[in-house]
Ligand binder design. Structure first.
Ligand SMILES: NCC(=O)N[C@@H](Cc1c[nH]cn1)C(=O)O
Ligand code: ZN
Ligand code: ZN
Length: 474
């Protein structure tokens, strides 16, 4: 095994890698927008074609349809799998990734066209650049490098790539269960690279939060009303909804729904010490966000509230007047979107009951004739791994060989819904091996992937395949 040869090959092909990323970012594979579904399908086809070009054994799984909140039925994008090698003397890794993206429009405040990959000062700006197109491509390029150099792949490599991650991985759980004794039968290890470092230092991620995502719809009069003509005599849906939202959380971030905080696993002294060792600059974090203050002062408090406590966020209100100008309207029907990040030992079905019961009780107290409908549209569980697992030992070795440092062991505040499913259904060890930067702006304006992280990340993945092959050999 000659890592230097692989590193040199990757360095000398970096322009090709950037061009491929440019092609992938140009596809508006936004899974949350039904109007972009054709683009998403095209992205799945591009992914499949790429694997076919590499002579992988590919498969496309139809996972059915999606029913939109308005009742419309649209097809879900296929899930693409590919296999490289099936030597029974080698371990088999399965790499999971997604090629759908969050929405992005120039009007949101991007400095460059979100779907036109633009390089500025070593950063590659574009929607989906870091989440998750560059990491998926880095894995593909790592395999391609072995192939191009005629080096035997140290492990058999399988890929499973989906197109609905950003909206909760619809249909994927069922597919994984169905494929347990088929596609997953020979898989030894699962690798996910859908997250980022915490600082400039490489990291290995051993936990993610889950997410319960709710719609709360308040419906009143049969149509929008003039606030001068009707204001003061009707119960306004928006006032009911805002009042209701105000009962969810207090100004210090304490969630007010009974049962939520009580379910959270106790913080142990051992776990608290883990946070102490991590490199994390609170001032830098604050400045990067561009805020004047944070809810907590210390590194330990901030990290634990990002990773191991639940948080409740209110995302928006559909049906509310939000355009520029000053329309004097009373909206007839409004739907709030909010979510609660899940941590051990919370349980999404229980959270669904707690939230629904609480909101219905609070709504009843308002004595309004309007109607409330609460729906949980995503119920993803948290995931936690054992950092002493050999996959993490291999991760440390690979990081040492490529970056020459010890990685931070971190958790992720975001959610990768499928992580827990992989764990529960396959029972295999899972590692999250991130290559994204701490400041990549995932889901935000000006998302980027640095050229450095993209290229060094490709080397890390190439090195990691070798390190995994060494498990159980020493
Ligand atoms: N890169 C992972 C990611 O961003 N995941 C989404 C998934 C999700 C959770 N609820 C709705 N979508 C995230 O927001 O964490
Ligand atoms: Zn992602
Ligand atoms: Zn995402």
């Amino acid at each position: 095994f000659n890592l230097d040869e692989l590193k040199n090959y990757i360095d000398s092909h970096q322009e090709d890698y950037v061009l491929t990323l440019r092609d992938w970012v140009a596809v508006e594979s936004d899974s949350s927008d039904a109007l972009k579904r054709d683009e998403l399908m095209r992205m799945m086809k591009i992914t499949e074609n790429k694997f076919n070009d590499m002579k992988g054994h590919t498969n496309r799984f139809d996972i059915g349809n999606q029913e939109l909140p308005n009742g419309q039925i649209i097809p879900l994008p296929v899930v693409v799998t590919a296999s490289f090698g099936n030597d029974s003397n080698k371990a088999t890794v399965c790499i999971y990734g997604h090629v759908d993206v969050q929405p992005a429009r120039m009007e949101d405040g991007w400095d460059t066209e979100p779907y036109n990959l633009t390089e500025i000062n070593g950063n590659l700006y574009g929607r989906g650049a870091s989440d998750n197109k560059a990491p998926v491509l880095a894995w593909i390029h790592a395999v391609e490098a072995y192939q191009a150099l005629d080096m035997d792949l140290p492990v058999n490599v399988k890929f499973i790539i989906e197109g609905m991650e950003e909206t909760g991985s619809n249909g994927l759980d069922e597919l994984i269960s169905k494929q347990k004794d088929d596609f997953f039968s020979d898989v030894d290890y699962i690798i996910i690279s859908d997250c980022g470092w915490l600082s400039r230092k490489p990291a290995l991620t051993y936990g993610t939060r889950g997410n319960c995502y709710f719609f709360a719809e308040v419906e009143g009069p049969k149509q929008d009303l003039h606030s001068g003509v009707y204001g003061g005599s009707v119960f306004e849906p928006m006032i009911d909804l805002i009042g209701l939202l105000d009962t969810l959380i207090d100004s210090s971030g304490h969630i007010l729904i009974p049962g939520i905080n009580e379910a959270v696993a106790e913080l142990t002294e051992e776990e608290r010490k883990l946070y102490e060792a991590i490199e994390f600059d609170v001032e830098n974090f604050k400045n990067k966000i561009g805020t004047n203050g944070l809810m907590y002062d210390t590194k330990e408090e901030i990290l634990s509230h990002r990773w191991r406590y639940p948080s409740l966020s209110i995302h928006g209100i559909e049906g509310a007047f939000s355009a520029s100008g000053s329309k004097t309207v009373i909206p007839a029907k409004v739907t709030a979107k909010f979510s609660i990040r899940q941590v051990p030992d919370m349980d999404p079905p229980t959270v669904e009951k707690q939230v629904t019961t609480y909101l219905n009780d609070m709504f009843a107290k308002r004595n309004t004739p309007n109607k409330l409908k609460v729906t949980m549209i995503i119920g993803a569980k948290p995931w936690l791994a054992d950092v002493s697992d050999p996959l993490y030992v291999a991760g440390r070795r690979a990081v040492q060989k490529v970056f020459g440092v010890e990685p931070d062991l971190i958790r992720e505040g975001g959610t990768i819904p499928v992580a827990r499913t992989f764990q529960d259904v396959t029972g295999k060890s899972i590692i999250m091996l991130p290559i994204g930067g701490f400041d990549d702006g995932l889901h935000s304006q000006n998302e980027k992937m640095s050229r450095y992280n993209y290229i060094e990340g490709t080397k890390l993945f190439a090195a990691y395949l070798h390190e995994v092959s060494q498990i159980n050999k020493s």
